[in-house]
Design a binder for this molecule. Structure first.
Ligand code: ADP
Ligand code: MG
Length: 689
C-alpha cells in the first residue's frame, strides 16, 4: 500500500519526466492523482457485430486476430501495421501508423477488444485480401480480452490531458494506483449512514471506473456531497470563529439622526433597513461580515458613508476601499462634502495620491496620521492594504464593488480581522452560492431604487442612424445634460474597426462636436489628470466624456443622461449593465445607445438582453443562461471550484449545511476529525476576509 502523500515522481510508471507533465494538471502527490477525476466517460460497454458496423460511427468490437503485419509504406515511408480481425459475423481491417511494436502485441489467434471510429478504406482489397469489405478501423484502441478492461468494453474514463500525455497512459497510471491505495474515510459513520453515501474510497474508485451508470451516479452523489459539505464546513467554521473574536462595539444611539435629516433626499425604505442591519451588527461584540447587495444606482454609498460617520463619532477609524482610483477619488469628494460640518479628519490614500481633508500631504504624514488615529475616515484603493499602513483603531472596513477585488487582495485584509466588514456589490449572487460560498455572510438587499428614477431607455443603434444619435446627444447637451462615450480600446490598434477612446476623442472634438467640450479618460492617463478630468465632468465643465471601462463601476455624475457604448458586443452583460448604470441617477430621462462595427450585433443575445431589461437581477440570470452554469458568477472569484456538485441542488446544499453545523457544534476546531480538517485546509482560499 502507498501513502497518499507520496510524490508522483516516486511512483513506478511515472518518474521525473511524466511527473512534470502531471504537474501541469495539478497532480503532485498520489492523492492528487487519485482525485484527478475524469471529465466524462465514454460508453464502450456495448459491442457491435462486425457485420453491423457503419461508417463514421464509434464502435466497439470483440474479435480474433486473423493476421497482423507491419511494413513501411512506399510513399511517405511510414510504418504501417495492418491487422485483419473477425468475429462470428464478419471481418474488418485495422490499421495503425508509426507503432511498429504493435505487430508484437496484436498477435494472430489472440482475442482482442478494439474500439474506434469506423472509416472507409480508400483502397479496398489491398494485399489481395478479399474480405474486409470497404470498412476499416484507423488507429483503434485495443485491449487484450483476457485482462480486466480499462480502455475498452466498459464505461471508459476520459481525462483532461496535457501535451505529451495520452488518455491511455494517464488511465493506466490512475488505474494502477487506484488498485494499490486506500483512501481513508473522513466522514463520521453516522453521516455516511443517514445520507446513504458510498465510502469515499469506493466513490473515487467507482467514479473513475464505474461498472455501470447507476454506480457512477452513486459515486457522483458522494463526491458532490463532499464538495459542498467541505465548503460548508470551512465557511461555517470561519463564521463561528469570527463570532468568538472580539470587535469594536459602536454606539449608534441617535448619533446620526440629525445627519440623516439634513441629507438632500429621504432614504429609501431599503436604505433604512440596511442601516438598521448595520446598527445591529455594530451592537454585537464580534466583527460583522455583511454584504450589501443592490443594483446600480440603489444608493449604497450613502449607507457606507453613514456607517463610517458613526464609527468616527465613536472615536474610531474606518476605511473605504475602492477598486479604481477614479472611484476612490469620487468617494473621497462625496464624503468630504457630506461631512463638511462634522469636523472629521478624512484622508485619501492611493498609490498616486495622499490627501487629508482635500489637501495633498506626504505619504509619511498620511501614514503617521493613520497610525496615530487622527485620520478617522480613510478612503483609497488596495494601496490601503499594504503592510506599511497601520491603523490605530480600525473598527470598520467597507469594500465597494467587492467583486472587483481579487481573492488575494481580499485575504490580505486579514490584518484587519477585528474590524467589522461591509462589502458592497451590484452583482447578485445566486441563492445556492449565497448559502454555500457566502454562508459566512449576512446579506442585506437594497431592492429599491430611490423614488423619481425613470428607467433608462436602451437601444441598439444601426450605423445608418449614427448621425441622428449625435444630433440627439447635442440636443441633450443644449438642455444642460451630459454624455458618456465608451470605447473598448485605449489606443488605435491594428484590430480593424475596433473603436479606441483616443481616436473617438479626436473625432468627436474636431469633427462631430467642435463647439462642445470633450474630455478623455482611460487607464493610461496620469492620476492627476484623471482627477481633474473627472472633476470637470462632475462640475459640467466637460459635456462629453470619452472613456474606456475605467468608468465601468461606481462613477456617479447624476447630470449625465446619455451612455453611448461603442463596440458593445465586446463587453460582458454585467459590464454593459454597469455602464448603463452611470446614467439615470436623477429624475431626468436617460438613454443608453449601443453601437457595433458588426451590423448583426443587434441579434447578439447579450445586447438583446440589455435592451429588454433594466433589472440587474434579471440580467444576471440571463447571463447565467447565456454563459452556462460552468461560468457561474462567484465560483471563480471566490477561489472555490465545484467540479462535481450541481450548484442548483438546493436540497443538497441545505442538508450538508445542517450536517456541517451539527458537526461544528460538537467540534469547532475539528480536533476529533483530523482528516476533515486536512481536507478543508486544502481548500486553501478564504473568501471575503
Ligand atoms: P450605487 O448603489 O450604484 O453605488 P450611489 O450610492 O452612487 O449608487 O447612488 C446613486 C445616486 O443616487 C447618487 O447620486 C446618490 O447621491 C443618489 N441617492 C442615493 N440615495 C438616494 C435617495 N434615497 N434618494 C435620492 N437619491 C439618492
Ligand atoms: Mg457604487
Amino acid at each position: 500500500m502507498f501513502e497518499l502523500s507520496t510524490p508522483v515522481q516516486n511512483l513506478y510508471l511515472v518518474g521525473p519526466q511524466r511527473a512534470k507533465l502531471l504537474k501541469n494538471l495539478g497532480i503532485e502527490t498520489l492523492e492528487d492523482l487519485l482525485f484527478y477525476l475524469p471529465r466524462n466517460h465514454l460508453d464502450l460497454s456495448k459491442f457491435t457485430p462486425i457485420a453491423e458496423l457503419k461508417v463514421n460511427e464509434w464502435a466497439n468490437v470483440k474479435a480474433r486476430v486473423l493476421s497482423a503485419t507491419s511494413f513501411r509504406t512506399k510513399v511517405r515511408r511510414l510504418t504501417m501495421t495492418q491487422a485483419l480481425i473477425e468475429d462470428d459475423t464478419g471481418s474488418i481491417t485495422c490499421v495503425w501508423f508509426n507503432q511498429p511494436f504493435l505487430s508484437k502485441i496484436i498477435k494472430q489467434g489472440e482475442n482482442f477488444i478494439f474500439s474506434g471510429k469506423v472509416s472507409l478504406r480508400r483502397n479496398s482489397a489491398k494485399n489481395g485480401s478479399a474480405s474486409g469489405g470497404k470498412l476499416q478501423f484507423q488507429n483503434p484502441i485495443y485491449e487484450i480480452e483476457k485482462q480486466e478492461q480499462i480502455h475498452t468494453a466498459r464505461l471508459v474514463p476520459i481525462y483532461s490531458l496535457t501535451a505529451k500525455l495520452t488518455q491511455k497512459q494517464l488511465r493506466t497510471i490512475i488505474k494502477t494506483y487506484l488498485d494499490k491505495a486506500v483512501i481513508p474515510e473522513y466522514l463520521p459513520p453516522q453521516i455516511l449512514k443517514t445520507e446513504k453515501l458510498f465510502p469515499e474510497d469506493q466513490a473515487v474508485k467507482t467514479f473513475h471506473f464505474p461498472s455501470d451508470l447507476t454506480k457512477l451516479k452513486q459515486a457522483r452523489n458522494r463526491l458532490a456531497f463532499d464538495e459542498i459539505f467541505q465548503t460548508q464546513t470551512k465557511v461555517l467554521q470561519h463564521k463561528k470563529i469570527r463570532q468568538l473574536q472580539s470587535s469594536y462595539q459602536i454606539q449608534t444611539k441617535n448619533l446620526l439622526d440629525q445627519k440623516i435629516r439634513s441629507l438632500p433626499f429621504n432614504l429609501t425604505d431599503s436604505q433604512k433597513q440596511a442601516l438598521k442591519d448595520i446598527f445591529s451588527d455594530f451592537s454585537k461584540p464580534y466583527p460583522a461580515n455583511r454584504l450589501l447587495e443592490g443594483d446600480v444606482g440603489s444608493g449604497k454609498t450613502i449607507i457606507a458613508a453613514l456607517s463610517m460617520l458613526l464609527a468616527a463619532k465613536n472615536g474610531l477609524q474606518s476605511a473605504l476601499l475602492s477598486p479604481t482610483e477614479v472611484l476612490a477619488n469620487q468617494h473621497y469628494l462625496t464624503l468630504l462634502k457630506l461631512f463638511l460640518d462634522d469636523g472629521i479628519n478624512t484622508g485619501l490614500l492611493t498609490s498616486s495620491s495622499t490627501k487629508i481633508n482635500g489637501n495633498p500631504v506626504s505619504r509619511q504624514t498620511m501614514l503617521a496620521q493613520i497610525s496615530g488615529g487622527q485620520t478617522r475616515l480613510i478612503l483609497g484603493t488596495h494601496a490601503l492594504l499594504e503592510k506599511t499602513v497601520q491603523f490605530k483603531n480600525l473598527s470598520l472596513v467597507v469594500i465597494d464593488e467587492q467583486h472587483r477585488f481579487g481573492v488575494q487582495q481580499r485575504s490580505t485584509l486579514k490584518q484587519t480581522s477585528r474590524a467589522h466588514l461591509i462589502t458592497m456589490s451590484a452583482t447578485p449572487i445566486p441563492r445556492t452560492l449565497a448559502l454555500t460560498l457566502y454562508g459566512d455572510l449576512d446579506i442585506t438587499l437594497l431592492n429599491q431604487l430611490p423614488t423619481g428614477r425613470l428607467p433608462v431607455k436602451t437601444k441598439f443603434v444601426p450605423e445608418a442612424k449614427r448621425a441622428d444619435a449625435y444630433q440627439f446627444i447635442k440636443k441633450q447637451i443644449n438642455d444642460g445634460r451630459q454624455a458618456f462615450v465608451i470605447c473598448p480600446l485605449i489606443e488605435e490598434s491594428d484590430k480593424l474597426g475596433v473603436k479606441s477612446a483616443t481616436a473617438e476623442y479626436e473625432k468627436l472634438s474636431k469633427q462631430v462636436f467642435p463647439e462642445l467640450k470633450i474630455g478623455l479618460l482611460h487607464g493610461k492617463i496620469p492620476a492627476k489628470d484623471k482627477e481633474s478630468v473627472m472633476l470637470e465632468f462632475k462640475e459640467n465643465k466637460i459635456n462629453i466624456l470619452v472613456a474606456t471601462s475605467v468608468v465601468e463601476v461606481g462613477v456617479d455624475v447624476p447630470n449625465a443622461t446619455v451612455m453611448m457604448i461603442e463596440g458593445a458586443e465586446r463587453f460582458g452583460l454585467a459590464q454593459l449593465h454597469q455602464f448603463r448604470g452611470r446614467v439615470g441617477r436623477l429624475h431626468h430621462q436617460s438613454y443608453c445607445f449601443l453601437f457595433s462595427e458588426d451590423p448583426n450585433a443587434g441579434t447578439n443575445p447579450r445586447i438583446q438582453a440589455l435592451v429588454s431589461s433594466n433589472n440587474g437581477f434579471e440580467l444576471a440570470e440571463k447571463d447565467l443562461e447565456i454563459r452556462g452554469a460552468g461560468d457561474l458568477y462567484g465560483t471563480q472569484q471566490s477561489g472555490y471550484s465545484f467540479k462535481i456538485a450541481n450548484m442548483t441542488n438546493l436540497d443538497l446544499v441545505a442538508r450538508s449545511k445542517l450536517l456541517a453545523q451539527q458537526l461544528l457544534e460538537q467540534d469547532l476546531m475539528l480536533t476529533d476529525h483530523p482528516l476533515l480538517a486536512e481536507k478543508i485546509k486544502k481548500h486553501g482560499v478564504i473568501h471575503l476576509e
